[in-house]
Design a protein around this ligand. Sequence first.
Ligand code: FES
Length: 252
Amino acid sequence: MTPPSEEKRIRSDLNPVRVVLLKIDGGVVTAREDETILHVARQNGIKIPTLCHLDGLSERGSCRICIVEITGVPRLLPACVTLVRQDMEVFTNSERVLKYRKKILELLFTERNHVCSVCVSNGHCELQALALELGMTHVGYDYIYPKHSVDASHERFSIDHNRCVLCQRCVRVCDEIEGAHTWDVMGRGISSRVITDLDEPWGSSETCTGCGKCVQVCPTGALSEKGKSVAEMTKRRQFLPYLQIMRREELR
Ligand code: FES
């Protein structure tokens, strides 16, 4: 039997990945054709704001904060799930991009209960940081304020669905890094909600290992550790890319 590393080498010899040339914000860059615009932009020191993206997890493309404009493409596309192409011309900060990025952020703020002044995450929230970064001073839409529940049935952690932005980082880290797949999403559109197992209370989950990785990756104060403010929680996410590589090797 051919060892996996040899098989990988043979496959890449048969299908070599091409290098392409493209322009991002006017500058010419090179990239592998299997890389995303976000990855290439970051490698070249160009910042594109993100929310659902987290290094070390698969891409979901759910928040749309990373939208960019591409010449010849009528729609704005999310940089984290759009692959580069030869001769592509990308604008990460055009007037149109900034306008719609801000609108998307406003919609995120109105969809649930994100009132920073009374939030436990105030000062330690990625959603709030994005609002500051994008210069969002108010929202131009009606607040929906759906009445979502708080599940504090787990002995160490709790989830406040009112603060959730449905980025699904918790779902992905639990599945891809921990391998438990306790979290998933139930419902559609505005009624979507992250759930544990088959919508059981978190505390009675039979699959939850209690590792707390979901809490570590949450960008807002939706998932938290009991007895600690968000500021007191240490979020150690830098190991995720390595953990994912190790897990892939393990599964081979
Ligand atoms: Fe790209 Fe969320 S970061 S869609």
